[in-house]
Design a protein around this ligand. Sequence first.
Ligand SMILES: [Zn+2]
Ligand SMILES: [Zn+2]
Length: 693
Amino acid sequence: MFLITLPDGNRLEFDHPVSCAEIAQTIGPGLAQNALGAKVNGTLCDLSTEICEDAEVKLITARKGEKESDPDALYLVRHSCAHVMAEAIQRIFPGALLVYGPPLDTGFYYDIYVPEDRPISTDDFPAIEKEMAKIVVEDKPFTRFEMPVAQGMEKLQGEGSKYKIDNAERAIAAGSDALSWYATGIPGENWEDLCRGPHAPSTGRIGAFKVMSVASSYWHGDADSDRLTRVYGTAFIDKKQLKRYLKQLEEAKLRDHRVLNKQLKLFHIDEAVGQGLVLWAPRGAVVRKELQDFIAEELRKQGYHQVFSPHIGKLGLYRTSGHFPYYQDSQYPPLIHQEQMSRMAREGCSCSELANNMEKGEIDGYLLKPMNCPHHIKIYDSEPHSYRDLPVRLAEFGTVYRWEQSGEVGGITRVRGFTQDDAHIFCTEDQVAQELCGCLELVKIIFETLGMSDYRVRVSLRDENGDKYVGDPSNWDRAEEACREAAQTLGAPFTEELGEAAFYGPKIDFIVKDVLGREWQLGTVQVDYNLPERFDLNYIGPDNQPHRPVMIHRAPFGSMERFVGVLIEHFAGAFPTWMAPEQVRVLPISEKTSEYAQEVIDKLLAMKIRATLDDSNERIQGKIKVATDMKIPYLLVVGPRDAEQRAVSVRARGIRHDLGAIPLSDFLETIGQEIQSRGKITVISDHFETVTA
Ligand SMILES: [Zn+2]
Ligand SMILES: [Zn+2]
């Protein structure tokens, strides 16, 4: 007798071993029909898995026509589809050997060895898909069978694929006491693959699929090893879901900040300067500056002080902070004084001796700063502090340098030199909670202004095993509670992750979803009990005794590079007017109105609005096209009648037709308000209420 507990708390009693499929059947025929697999005590399993003791069982289901499917259901379908694709490829490409084929968040891939004389290319996709469709239509069951290790290895040796033998050896080394296969159909008769599973019950459950792309890869990811072909595919519960996904991919491609940058000319990355080192072009610099000014304005309101610090610091400083030598792999190498270099070269000193001497502090040098904290600490520590001065909040858009293994080519979301929206708060234990709330308030204001309402928060806390953390446990308890409470005040969904805190303090991370539903991890707010200790920071308390302040590091948007990269994709390059590199373009219809056009421009410029005049000989339609491609918020077309009436004919970005003429003075007033209010008031909503719908 044993009990199966269902997610709703209901229990089923059985007196004989029962499969997950039978459990589904017991609950109801509809469920059984939609079931793809099950989670047994949290582990994803085949529907055929038998249970013979107390267990918690959640059936994984998917129905055609549902908008979004359970990720576990998609996992099962995709893993199953990887098998179907592999079978199809082996039918078409004789000599193809399978290596490894896992599901992914967006689909699956299979690494395959194919003989050099018959490579797989995109031209082969239709044939592969056709063969896959045949297998799906046949609705063959995925049938699991197992063998003890010795017998299983014998089978694999007989088949002779070194890749599968290697997979099996790894599984055995990791503790497997049996090897399992999945046949697509009947074991011994049909196609099969060494596989741990789980799978959907049959090929017919793959509702829609597509072979996506092909790339080359290496066995074990090792460039000296066998060259393999990685074929990517995706699968969904039904065709509608697949179609939606493909459309989203198209949209993402159009919004790719590297692609948009080609027309918008915001930044440049030049191999001659270095990979991952961003050059901000004039238009991009405007966007960044506006964003920085906006953040700085909010920081001023919150009582922050702006500071500046140099791009390098002595090695000794980073020895104290702990950044050197421990994080050497992720930093640019240190800068060493010329004299010292020459002397060591004369003495025939090797590189390893040099590194050694530097680590020990026998040679001094400088480091390109990987963090702004030590500099800010020295500013705090440059004068004595009383508890009355606290909190001290020091802010800097500080540029730091990190040696990322691969600087993303052509993009600004993964770079090697970046400017953090950094600040450090030095406060008393009692002030931590309030300061955290302030940090999150700022995040809320900025996300709201940018229309990024869909974000979530991750709170990283200690795990049970408390001895690896610095600082007093009761202070940790308070700081963790403060993180939790601050996260709650945002009103955004948040998760708590035990054991994810750094050894020096708990933290809050921000993950924002863009319009396409993609998630971007931005910055963090972090409590720190460690650096104040390492730098021996103090303040004088009401008891006239020295006390240790707590530090809060906060760079909620991560870096200006990454944030602007995310914003380019979020807005698809169509920045709100206050951020737009060019806010207005004036387009005279002909030379007859150029004098009036100049007057319009002069008035815009006098209001510090970023406006340009297109007085080229191009026809008006051509001028509109060029300006539209640059995603300029407002185009003012001026013709003789406008000049006569002292009006402008407005074309607003995103609205196809001309909005009609309004008096110039009205336009100037409202666009001024639009910029000032950062979009709370807009020219469109103020003058063209009826048109926007
Ligand atoms: Zn498999
Ligand atoms: Zn810091």
